[in-house]
Design a binder for this molecule. Sequence first.
Ligand code: DAH
Length: 347
Amino acid sequence: MTGKEAELEKLAQIQTEALAALADVADEGALEAWRVAHMGRSSAVMGVFSRMGSMDKDLRPVMGKAANEVRQALEAALDEKRQALEAEALSRSLETEKLDVTLPGRPVRRGRLHPLTQVLRRIFQIFGDMGFQVYPSPEVETDDYNFTYLNMPPYHPARDMWDTFYTKTEGVLLRTHTSPGQIRVMRARAPEPIRAILPGATMRYEQLSARSEIEFAQVEVLVVGEHVTFAELKGTLDDFARRMFGEYARTRLRPSHFPFTEPSAEMDVGCFVCDGHGCPVCKETGWLEILGCGMVHPLVLEYGGYDPAVYSGFAAGMGIDRSTLMRYRIDDIRHFRNNDVRFLRQF
Ligand code: DAH
């Protein structure tokens, strides 16, 4: 065998061995390792190129051509293998990640409005229809707005009607009712006439029970103008009760006392659980108290910036929680603020 034949034989063997190794390659990583081993800088084929300088002159072109052919053959085999591996991976993922588009989708659970929000919005709508505007007012109040301007001077025993959360800041408290909002609207609007409702959270230092919470929602009603009378109070609140509780809802006004109204009253509606026959919800009276109301006290008008000789007004305040409780016959007021979706989903 001539030196040339021996060299060509060696090259053919390099090619055979490389292709045999390629047949065993099963994934992308092994393919890269194969490329480095058989086509990289220190591979056998590349070794032929670097030995070229030390070969006989007439052997060089023959060996160069032959080595190039081997390299091209390996390159072609590499490409082919790469494509085969990719195709394999694709069909494997198509097989294992199969989607059954005919399966029903997962239900999307829709949110809904809190029962108290639903009741509040109903109240907004009813008063909105009667020309009332909705006013925001602060939940953290001053002692003056919560009491003094509502005709309860410091140390006056009438303040004891509300168990109050005081803050560490002198004269600042959590409002015990939405009534301080009356003063705020009046001061913002005087001497214009007012028809406003003021909704919001109120806080009282109460023993927690199924019937009372430390936080609850109220809506304040305020009308101020010239010649506003008690008849207007009664007409407006009657109308409200009928739209809120049903066309045939019965109402009654009972005399009462509040420091910020004179005269004062409380309004009851016929119990919608027993229809007035008497049941545990209405404590066998047939009536449910829904709000306090009265003609705005002259001193309160004055604190609000209205001359009581010219202007008069009526006000009302209602708690939202307890009537919502009764309406849906919920057994515990604490459900409202527990954020338990099993409860909330029912409304
Ligand atoms: N603020 C009173 C309370 O929380 C309720 C109330 C009574 C509001 C009479 C009024 C009113 O506006 O005129 O107990």
